[in-house]
Design a binder for this molecule. Structure first.
Ligand code: EPU
Length: 342
């Protein structure tokens, strides 16, 4: 079927970002298929305009009206593409919600994503920032993705090497930022399934319940419970998940900080560096539960900034800068924001 593009003008973005920040989009187009992306590329007006791809808006701080043409990703569909000896390959439309996909896989006997349950956002956004939680990252379950080039309209299939996944990072935050639209993601779920239970909170659940060999559904339920207990539900309190990345420091820097603050939460990385818990650093500076203007620091997790009601993007940034300054003042560490700032 060949349908024309529906171009919307002067759209409020408040319902489309989980922080609930006010801003208008001059132009917005809903993308329901790969063909829709090509229609945008071929469009006389939109073809050349700078573009911004909007997924679930869960990793976004909007500080001003958006002049770029907003492409609202709504490509649906989830299916088992292939059953191999060593893996199931599941193909998912970029506009599906990530958590719904995790739940769908569990329901269809396709385990392997459960540690990443309840991460907000869409499937298409998952590779952009290489989402991760509880010992697992998207890159560990990634097969390939399809993306449409916004200049040529051509579809390319990219594997993990090309995507250059890093900690909350990929090529889509750099060379390919604003240049292509992810339309489909293929996930690779290893067979036989093995639970990943090496995280303190999961070990605690095993001790509490006496269940030492949980199935995927059980792990899924535990992860949901752990997250609900300490992260705010964006449908109730506006937020964008972790606001800063966990900083990585050299062994020498880490020793130096431990010398002054023996309690600091730190994890050794395979390359000899150390990852520090940004939430701990912010908490140690006394920020938990604090508010500036209408933006605040969540009282159960200092790494999450929240909208206390009617906040604007500038207030969130003012709070973020104040936190960065105090963490730098006390620890000499520069915290880097995790969400995209528009
Ligand atoms: N901590 C404090 N005070 C706080 C917050 C944390 O002392 O206010 C301490 C905790 O006690 C813990 C350590 O800091 O010892 C780490 O905290 P947590 O386990 O909550 O994990 P995180 O490092 O803060 C990261 C991811 C989360 C992911 C969790 C679980 C980043 C930026 N964040 O958080 O991802 O869910 O681990 O794996 O890497 C996200 O990216 O939006 C996100 C929520």
């Amino acid at each position: 079927m060949h349908s024309a593009l529906l171009i919307e003008r002067g759209i409020s973005l408040k319902p489309y970002n989980t922080f609930g920040l006010p801003a208008m989009a001059q132009t917005m187009v809903r993308i329901g298929s790969e063909a829709d992306v090509r229609r945008v590329v071929d469009h006389p007006e939109l073809g050349r305009a700078p573009k911004f791809v909007l997924g679930g808006g869960s990793n976004l701080v909007i500080t001003q009206d958006v002049e770029r043409c907003v492409l609202k990703m709504e490509i649906k569909g989830c299916r088992l593409l292939e059953t191999r000896d060593d893996a199931w390959i599941v193909e998912v439309g970029a506009g599906e919600r990530w958590h719904d996909t995790v739940a769908w896989c569990i329901e269809h006997g396709l385990p392997g994503l459960e540690n990443m349950a309840l991460i907000p956002g869409t499937v298409g956004a998952a590779p952009v920032q290489n989402i991760g939680a509880y010992g697992l990252e998207l890159k560990d379950r990634f097969e390939s993705l399809d993306a449409v080039d916004l200049t040529t309209g051509r579809t390319v299939t990219l594997d993990a090497t090309v995507c250059r996944f890093g900690y909350r990072d990929s090529i889509f935050k750099h060379e390919l930022a604003g240049k292509s639209v992810i339309t489909k993601v293929r996930l690779r779920l290893p067979r036989p399934w093995q639970p990943m239970l090496g995280y303190l909170e999961l070990e605690r659940k095993m001790t509490e319940t006496g269940i030492t060999a949980p199935d995927a559904r059980q792990v899924f339920d535990w992860i949901c419970a752990v997250r609900r207990a300490k992260l705010p539900d964006p449908a109730v309190i506006g937020n964008a998940g972790s606001f800063f990345k966990n900083p990585v420091v050299t062994a020498e820097q880490c020793r130096d900080i431990i010398g002054r603050d023996p309690e600091i939460v730190h994890y050794p990385m395979p390359d000899g560096t150390f990852k520090l818990a940004a939430g701990w650093l912010i908490d140690a500076c006394g920020w938990k539960g604090k508010t500036i203007g209408h933006a605040g620091v969540y009282d159960k997790q200092a790494l999450v900034l929240v909208n206390r009601g009617d906040a604007i993007g500038a207030e969130v940034l003012t709070l973020a800068r104040a936190i960065q300054e105090s963490v730098y003042g006390r620890f000499g560490i520069r915290l880097e924001p995790e969400p995209v700032v528009l």
